[in-house]
Write a protein of this length. Sequence first.
Length: 458
Amino acid sequence: MKLWGGRFTKATDKSVEEFNASIQFDCRMYAEDICGSIAHATMLSRQGILSAADANAIVEGLKKIYGQIEQGEFEFSVELEDIHMNVEKRLTDAIGEAGKRLHTGRSRNDQVALDTHLYIRREIAAVARLLMQLQQAMITAAKRYSDVIMPGYTHLQRAQPILFSHHMMAYFSMLSRDFIHLQYAWDMADRMPLGAGALAGTTYPLDQPFVAELLHFGKIYDNSLDAVSDRDYIIAFLEFAAVLMMHLSRLSEEFILWSSSEFKFIELDDSHCTGSSIMPQKKNPDICELVRGKTGRFYGHLMGVLTMMKGIPMAYDKDMQEDKEGVFDAIDNLKFALTIYAAMINKMTVNGQRMRDVLECDFSNATDMADYLAKKGLPFREAHAVVGKAVHYCIEQGKVLQQLTLDELQGMSPLFSEDIHHYLNIETCVRQRNTYNGTSPASVQRQCHAGTAAVVEE
Ligand code: ARG
């Protein structure tokens, strides 16, 4: 029954057969395998390598198989090892002689490369759409809560007041870089490997540009050895995925902190949280924790393929079959994470009052007080020292800076006058940070505006 059985005198050991097979996971590339074979057969007949009648029987047969797989009426067999031989064997059983001619001028090595390129390319397009949806959700949240001011942190210590929308748009910016990464992965995947054969090219007069055109590939591999042994496009996708997950993991960490009773900055929608089987009061941010946790396996998948590739000689080696499970897992989990995160951001409630209350009783406006003195002529280092002392004094007195009287302030520096209280106001603190990428409402509006245009354009 083996398509390569001719030179063998013994049947394959059962456990070898199972260990060797990839059908358990590469069956998901059935559409790509069939599409690629249709393109190959169409080209073979156009070149006079296959008769029109054979090509026609092949194309019709493949379309039927596609329908059967879609309907769940196709039983994949481990004995036939992979998706390529499962489809080819079924085709031959169905149409006879003509089916046996399909593999002319082709090897499973360029065939699997073609399928995987097509598959990754299709998934990149799907992931790109989800990535943009998530970016859109971030812009929408930024606009919905445009007047919310929150404490900005460094070292997880309150630092300076920022707009909540500025924080959202920081993540938007990260995802914009991920988009560039994703486009690079597309570029790596957009190369047509067919015609490379097993490794050296083929003796048939194939029309590779025609196949590339049929399958909408931008480029054809320049070198047949490289064509069958390149997995850079998979690595590029996994790099993209690892960095994107690192970004989502950071966001997860913040959502987890913010939804704790200690912070109470946001409330995730009930539909995105889970409960405890013992503690009735619990509402847990499991999804955020899972995204943070799953980031580890994304790094693992990237390391797995990099390590798998590092020692293998030209051209195809069976090691390369190990390129698939990780990237498939990455694609599935990434699509889940992006979809759920967009919905979660759309549905979460931001507690602006709580953020404001926190800011009213801390020292996030201390830099503004120092800037005030510096703008009145005191060297910034000295201004810093004066405000440092003021903070120390406040802590001892159980006060915050905006509660100091003008008398107390003038005792610390004669440069203080009435208007200081205006400058300590958190709205003023935020509005004053009007540098190009600062947290002022004008700057954040500009970010949202440019972001909307970018998402539409992407
Ligand atoms: N299942 C194989 C893979 O995923 C297909 C290519 C096999 N080629 C070969 N010569 N054994 O890599």
